[in-house]
Ligand binder design. Structure first.
Ligand SMILES: [Zn+2]
Ligand SMILES: [Zn+2]
Length: 397
C-alpha cells in the first residue's frame, strides 16, 4: 500500500495525538507533558530512544534492515505565550499558552512518520533520526540538541535533513511550498539605551535630553537600510519597543528601544552587526550623550540546499501531484532554528498549508494569532511527506 494511503489510515490516531498536545501546550525548553505524550506514541516501535539532558527533547533512531546512509527528520514541539480564542473543541486548557504556530501538528506528524517507517524497517536502506525538538520559539532548542549530539545519534552524520512547518494562511490546505537557497531570514536583536541627564522640561539647555537623539536613531536605522544595503539582498529593521520619560514637564535620564533585524545573507548580517552599533554610537556622540548598544545574534538564515530542495519538490510532485507543490518566489521574513541544523547538514525546509478549507488563505489569521487554526486535514499529508522524504532519500544512497 502506498505510504500516503497508510498515512490516511493513521489520520485519526495522528489527530488524537495532535489534539492531546494542543490541549496541554508548554513553552520553552522544558516540555515534560509533551515529551511524555511523544514517548507514549513511540512506545512499542523498534526505535532507539534517548531524551535530552538540558531540554525535554526526544531523539529516536530507526535502523533499517538494509545498509545505507542516515537521514534526519525534525519536528518542533513548543507552544507560545498566547491566550487561545479559537473556540475549538480541543482548544488549550492552559490559560495564556497556545499552540499558535502549529508545532502540535509537527510533533504528531513526525510520530506518525515514525510509525509508518517502523513498519518498513526490514526493507529500509539506511537509518532515520527523528528529532523531536523543544524551544523553537526563541530558545534555540535545535542548537542545544546539536550540542547534545542529535546529529551523531545514529553514529555517522545524516546526509540530509528535512523540516516541515504548517501555515494557517498563505497556502491552501494540503499544498506544499519550498525553494532553493534562503527560505527564512536571520533574526537578530538590537538593544539600545541612550543615557542623558534629566532636568526641567522648560530648560532643556541645562539638561541632556535623550529623546530627540533616540528619535533620530530610529529614523536613521530606516535610512541606513535603504542606503547601505543592496536592494537585491534585503534587510528589515523594525523598532518594536521604545520607552522614555514619565510626564510632559520632566526630561528623563534615559531612553531605551528594542529592534529586530532580519537578513538573508552572511554578508548583510555581518554588515548589520557592524553598521548598526556604529550608527547608534555616532548619533549619541553627536548629541553629547552616552549610549549602550547590544547587537545579539539570534537565528541564522535558514538556507535550503539547492539539490535537497529540488528533491523535496520532486517528492511532493510524485506523491501528491505537481499541482500540490510550489517553488516559493521569495523567502519568508520569519526565522527558524532549523537553520542551525541546515548549517551542519544539507537539507530542506518545507511549508505545508493547513488553512481550514472554509477560510480564504489570503485573509486567514496568521501563525501566532490567538484565532489561528490549523486543519487536521493536513496531518496525513505532512506525515506522508516526512516518510516519503526519508524513504526516497535513503534509496538514493
Ligand atoms: Zn512560530
Ligand atoms: Zn513555528
Amino acid at each position: 500500500m502506498p505510504v500516503r494511503d497508510e498515512a490516511a489510515q493513521l489520520a485519526d490516531q495522528i489527530a488524537e495525538l495532535r489534539h492531546a498536545i494542543h490541549r496541554e501546550p508548554e513553552i520553552g525548553l522544558q516540555l515534560p507533558k509533551t515529551q511524555r505524550k511523544v514517548l507514549d506514541a513511540l512506545d512499542g516501535l523498534p526505535l532507539e530512544i534517548s531524551t535530552g539532558q538540558g531540554l525535554s527533547s526526544v531523539t529516536a533512531v530507526l535502523r533499517g534492515g538494509q545498509p545505507g546512509p542516515v537521514v534526519l527528520l525534525r519536528g518542533d514541539m513548543d507552544a507560545l505565550p498566547v491566550t487561545e480564542e479559537t473556540g475549538l473543541p480541543y482548544a488549550s486548557t492552559i490559560p495564556g499558552v497556545m499552540h499558535a504556530c502549529g508545532h502540535d501538528l509537527h510533533t504528531a506528524m513526525l510520530a506518525g512518520a515514525a510509525r509508518l517507517l517502523s513498519a518498513r524497517q526490514a526493507e529500509l536502506p539506511g537509518t532515520v533520526i527523528f528529532m523531536f525538538q523543544p524551544g523553537e520559539e526563541g530558545y534555540a532548542g535545535a542548537r542545544q540538541m546539536i550540542g547534545e549530539g542529535v546529529l551523531e545519534a545514529a553514529g555517522p552524520r545524516p546526509v540530509a535533513a528535512y523540516g516541515l512547518h504548517v501555515t494557517s494562511n498563505r497556502l491552501p490546505c494540503g499544498t506544499f511550498s519550498t525553494r532553493p537557497g534562503p527560505m527564512l531570514a536571520a533574526a537578530d536583536q538590537i538593544t539600545v539605551t541612550v543615557h542623558g541627564r534629566g532636568g526641567h522640561a522648560s530648560q532643556p539647555h541645562l539638561a541632556a535630553d535623550p529623546i530627540p537623539a533616540t528619535c533620530e536613531m530610529v529614523l536613521a536605522l530606516q535610512t541606513m537600510v535603504t542606503r547601505k544595503f543592496d536592494v537585491f539582498d534585503p534587510v528589515v529593521i523594525t523598532v518594536g519597543s521604545l520607552h522614555a520619560g514619565t510626564i510632559d514637564n520632566v526630561i528623563g535620564d534615559q531612553a531605551r528601544f528594542l529592534a529586530t533585524a532580519r537578513s538573508y545573507s552572511t554578508r548583510s548580517r555581518n554588515a548589520l552587526a557592524e553598521l548598526v552599533p556604529e550608527l547608534i554610537r555616532d548619533i549619541a556622540a553627536a548629541h553629547g550623550l552616552g549610549v549602550d548598544v547590544e547587537y545579539k545574534a539570534e537565528y541564522p538564515v535558514t538556507v535550503n540546499d539547492a539539490a535537497e530542495a529540488a528533491f523535496a519538490g520532486e517528492t511532493i510532485a510524485a506523491v501528491f501531484g505537481p499541482e500540490r507543490g510550489e517553488t516559493a518566489q521569495f523567502p519568508i521574513t520569519g526565522a527558524e532554528d532549523f537553520s542551525f541544523v541546515l548549517e551542519e547538514v544539507p537539507g530542506a525546509f518545507v511549508f505545508l498549508g493547513a488553512c481550514p478549507p472554509d477560510r480564504d488563505p489570503v485573509t486567514a489569521p496568521t501563525n501566532h494569532s490567538a484565532v489561528a487554526t490549523f486543519d487536521d486535514l493536513a496531518l496525513a499529508e505532512g506525515t506522508a511527506l516526512y516518510a516519503e522524504l526519508a524513504l526516497r532519500r535513503l534509496a538514493q544512497g
